[in-house]
Design a protein around this ligand. Structure first.
Ligand SMILES: O=C[C@H](O)[C@H](O)[C@H](O)COP(=O)(O)O
Length: 359
């Protein structure tokens, strides 16, 4: 890979790179800085993402200038214009591109403890790590977030270790994971593949959590592109009363996720729980509440991410929720749920990187 251009401004850095993944075109790598005011046991599955549109044209105003390229890409890849096979290929290449760049940027050879998330994008994270060879990886231990990532680690002949063996008070150096949707504040929806509880434990155990995704996951607000609802891991015996409470909170048609076609009845997670998918109207960002607008506390079904997450986790019977919110690892030394960086492979072969900026 050869660096062609490097431009740095206070909140915007643009790197233009060639990559080997898209030999037919230049792959661009853009870093978008954000201002504070911008806008049968099935266990973990690879998330089908059928609820996502192939292309997304939604971006906050503050991102319009820096993501003009993104709009161009989205228009040129409308679902009707591109055959399904080509769409699938572009999505897979986008995932691979994001994953390889994230590993290149964040897997420092001196690291010894690495968290590996779940889903179809993480497959390329493991691919990129394995490609580094035993000379780099032999002294590293890899911590899975469920049965699927455990298999990925073993299949790549990487050293498997478990989070319950992490000495108290110590942290992973980095954790990589996918997401179903990522908003302007780097809040995430996760759990589309029925993994979320172990993912949250591993992400919160890492000094830095890095998210990898394809362009369909990029969204100004959670619930804009991902319409299936917020995945909530629940104790099976509590499911009926959790459903009732979710409806009272304004969720539109929350449902227990079925295990079909693989399993009749409810899907069962790696932790023996069920998943409820609870759709809400697109969630506001915390600043909407702070700006004096009377919204975000559930009145008329309108929630901010933080208010909804705080409320959901308190429902008796809820084990964990698929909202990753609050602080990131740059803001707190332990327990952060939000990523310090999110890499999006774009359909035109570029990479968009979202990072928090100091306020
Ligand atoms: O439950 C699944 C996990 O949260 C995944 O990380 C998430 O669904 C994204 O999966 P994928 O990379 O397959 O889109």
């Amino acid at each position: 890979m050869s660096l062609i251009t490097l431009v740095c401004r206070p909140r915007l850095t643009l790197l233009v790179l060639h990559t080997g993944f898209f030999p037919h075109q230049f792959a661009r790598y853009s870093l978008v800085g954000r201002g504070p005011n911008h806008s049968t046991r099935i266990g973990c599955q690879t998330s089908p993402n059928s609820g996502l549109p192939f292309s997304s044209t939604t971006q906050s105003r503050s991102h319009q200038k820096s993501t003009a390229k993104y709009h161009k890409m989205a228009m040129s890849t409308s679902a009707s214009a591109i055959p399904a096979e080509e769409q699938a290929r572009l999505v897979e290449e986008s995932k691979r591109l994001a994953a390889h760049q994230a590993v290149k940027d964040h897997l420092i050879p001196e690291y010894t403890r690495i968290g590996i998330g779940s889903g179809s994008t993480v497959v390329y994270v493991v691919e990129a790590i394995a490609a580094l060879g035993p000379g780099v990886t032999a002294k590293m231990a890899f911590y899975p977030t469920g049965a699927q990532s455990e298999e990925l680690i073993e299949a790549a002949s990487l050293n498997l270790q478990y989070i319950n063996k992490l000495p108290a008070g110590e942290q992973l150096d980095v954790a990589f994971d996918g997401a179903d949707e990522v908003d302007d504040d780097l809040n995430l929806i996760k759990g589309g593949g029925a993994c979320l509880w172990q993912e949250k434990i591993v992400a919160a155990s890492a000094k830095k959590f890095v998210c990898v995704a394809d362009f369909r996951k990029l969204s100004p607000r959670l619930g804009t592109n991902w319409k299936k609802g917020i995945p909530i891991e629940v104790l099976p015996m509590a499911a009926p009363r959790v459903l009732h409470e979710l409806k009272q909170m304004g969720s539109h048609n929350p449902r227990i996720r079925p295990g079909l076609p693989g399993k009749a009845g409810a899907i069962v997670t790696d932790n023996g729980m069920w998943i409820i998918d609870a759709p809400f109207s697109p969630l506001l960002l915390p600043r909407d509440g702070e700006s004096g607008i009377q919204a975000g506390n559930g009145e008329n079904g309108v929630w901010t991410v933080d208010a909804l997450a705080d409320r959901l986790i308190k429902i008796p019977g809820v084990a964990e929720i698929g909202l990753f919110y609050g602080k990131n690892g740059l803001e707190v030394s332990t327990g952060a749920q939000k990523p310090v960086a999110a890499y999006f492979g774009m359909a035109d072969g570029s990479i968009q990187l979202k990072e928090p900026t100091a306020s």
